[in-house]
Ligand binder design. Sequence first.
Ligand code: ZN
Length: 84
Amino acid sequence: MQIFIERDIYVPNHARCCNNHLDEEGLLLRPLLLRLTYVNRPYVIKGHELAIVLRTPRTAAQKEPSFQDENALGDEEFRLFTTL
Ligand SMILES: [Zn+2]
């Protein structure tokens, strides 16, 4: 999901990489992540895997402050958006 969020490249769960290319948390090393290119190949995302793909941006969005609730913004942020 790290690659999908940062580079808009989907890597299926079953894709594997050797430890030489991963950091201590098991994520792709930063320089490699930045140079990653994609292959446009049809791939069907099924069931549980699709649920994870859909849940990730939702979870990230829920961590952002709500712009529908004016009370969720501080005075400074409110002024920034509204110029009031
Ligand atoms: Zn590798």
